[in-house]
Design a protein around this ligand. Structure first.
Ligand code: TXD
Length: 308
């Protein structure tokens, strides 16, 4: 019996998610969107390509929440994306109203699902979903740090002319300009990058990582990054579906960890069949702690604007 993966939002990221999930045969896929025909058209197109890819996963489109019933995993990308000149926080008011309706729909139709929130502003949207759905904290997580760390890894690999597979990285805190790439914990096959790159180059990579989302928005002009976010969210979904005990930074509900209580913020966690199985509290030096605390305060201020 294949698992069932519901994608709430069938836009740029939702479409790539559907293709990844179905073509990797992670489960049967249902794409939900409010636009009539959009999820159905994308699903039909992908399903018609299945014979060449060799997947027997079912791919369906829906405009009614009853069609997500029984979903094991729900990935939420419903909401507006940035345009040039916008910050992620600028999306709060519009996407908050969307998330309220999405959270109710998922709560009422897929009450046992593991939920990955992608919509921006991420830390506020995942908090909103948790509050409205009432799902346990291990089954509600935000996709952010894994993407930011992946970008950091790519930039380091390109600079050194090495395989992207041999770079590891952690990016904590809020998903925005205050994110905290942990340079001290970034390695190339276990070798700290501080032994391989100058401080000037490292500083430039940190700066590019923080602005990476905006860099793509500025180039695309009509929307934001969608393939790397989709790949990142699918990595999380696969860790859950296949009980892989993966470790990456995600927006998790902290209840005392890292000195944070009652907020979703990017921290390292173990992800497996239990969802967010535990948060790994890594040691931060004074500078890292200060940057992390500042990022948490930014998230707290943003969440403080939410009227549920
Ligand atoms: O790292 C991260 N978390 C971010 C997240 C990385 C990149 C993009 N990030 C955010 O994801 C972005 O700022 C947006 O808030 C979401 C989705 O981005 P995407 O690029 O997929 O946006 P699209 O292409 O506009 O798709 C959004 C879809 C679109 O088809 C709408 O019709 C649909 O959402 N939508 C809804 N679906 C369900 N229910 C409701 N109410 C709804 N409203 C809009």
């Amino acid at each position: 019996m294949r698992k069932r993966i519901a994608l709430i939002g069938g836009g740029n990221i939702g479409g790539v998610l559907a293709e990844l999930a179905a073509y990797r045969e992670l489960g049967d896929v249902v794409i939900f969107d409010v636009v009539e025909g959009l999820p159905q058209g994308k699903a039909l197109d992908m399903a018609e390509g299945a014979p060449l890819v060799g997947t027997d996963a079912r791919i369906e489109g829906a405009n009614d929440y009853k069609d997500i019933a029984g979903a094991d995993v729900v990935i939420i990308t419903a909401g507006l994306a940035r345009k040039p000149g916008m910050s992620r926080d600028d999306l709060l008011n519009t996407n908050l109203e969307i998330m309220k309706s999405v959270a109710a729909g998922v709560r009422d139709n897929a009450p046992d699902a593991f939920v990955i929130v992608v919509s921006n502003p991420l830390d506020a949207m995942v908090y909103t979903f948790k509050e409205i759905s009432g799902f346990p904290k291990n089954r509600v997580v935000g996709m952010a740090g894994i993407l930011d760390a992946t970008r950091f890894r790519a930039f380091v690999a390109w600079e050194l002319g090495i395989s992207v597979k041999d770079v590891t990285a952690l990016v904590l805190g809020g998903h925005g300009d205050t994110m905290v790439p942990l340079v001290r914990y970034c390695t190339v096959a276990g070798v700290p990058i501080t032994q391989l790159l100058s401080q000037e180059t490292i500083d430039a990579i940190v700066k590019r990582t923080k602005g990476a989302g905006g860099e793509v928005v500025g180039l695309l002009k009509t929307g934001s990054a969608f393939v790397s976010p989709a790949v990142s969210a699918m990595e999380m979904a696969e860790a859950y579906l296949r009980d892989k005990k993966r470790v990456f930074a995600c927006a998790c509900l902290c209840e005392g960890e890292f000195g944070v209580d009652g907020l979703y913020v990017g921290v390292p966690c173990v992800m497996g069949a239990g969802g967010v199985e535990r948060i790994l509290e890594v040691a931060l030096n004074e500078e890292e702690q200060s940057s992390f605390d500042a990022s948490v305060e930014h998230v707290r201020t943003l969440v403080g604007q939410i009227q549920l």
